[in-house]
Ligand binder design. Structure first.
Ligand code: ADP
Length: 178
């Protein structure tokens, strides 16, 4: 039996090494245990994982770029094959420029999936060589959403099961009334 491998279909014309590189883009406003779980799992699947903190001038963030980057940098320290970067262009252009052929997206629900699927099709339209890999959220974290966490934080709720202490502290400072 012959195993037929169409090498021409490898991303970037058979650039085998960077095949093991992946980018995990997002707002990380703020990073949660859900994001960290995806990062941990991705770090064992890929040789190198770039956590890409998106900068979008149209979007209103609670934490500015420096704050989001520095939180992510601090939190990914346990994994020596994970690096935090920021991106103020289209993610597809960003990864293409760096020879990163895989985009990782976390999926919490079918609603997430519908959105993520459309996004992946749009990205595929922009560059068919960039492959999106969906990772299912861990049941322990699938309810975690940065937006709901911020709302909870604004009411002084307990965030200890949702975000690392470093993030909980930063949220507390943001919402402390002066
Ligand atoms: P959010 O969707 O919470 O605002 P981001 O825009 O930062 O977060 O999301 C970046 C990526 O992380 C997306 O693919 C998103 O689906 C994924 N993600 C966010 N929260 C979780 C979670 N709790 N478990 C798994 N994946 C998640």
């Amino acid at each position: 039996m012959f195993l037929y491998l169409n090498l021409d279909r490898r991303p970037f014309g058979g650039y085998a090494l960077s095949m093991n590189w992946a980018a995990f883009p997002g707002s990380f406003d703020p990073p949660t245990y859900g994001h960290l779980d995806i990062i941990r799992r991705a770090s064992s699947l890929f040789e190198k994982v770039f956590v890409v903190v998106a900068v979008n001038s149209e979007k209103k963030y609670l934490f500015n770029t420096e704050e989001r980057i520095s939180m992510v940098q601090e939190l990914v320290k346990p994994w020596n094959n994970v690096e935090a970067l920021f991106c103020d262009t289209l993610v597809v252009e960003f990864v293409k420029k760096r020879n990163i052929p895989v985009l990782i997206r976390g999926v919490r629900s079918v609603i997430d999936f519908a959105y993520e699927y459309e996004l992946s099709m749009m990205n595929r339209g922009l560059d068919p060589q960039v492959e999106t890999v969906f990772m299912a959220a861990d049941p322990a974290y699938f309810v975690l959403r940065s937006s709901s966490i911020k709302e909870l934080a604004s009411f002084g709720g307990d965030l200890s099961a949702m975000v690392p202490p470093l993030v909980a502290e930063k949220l507390k400072i943001k919402y402390t009334k002066v």
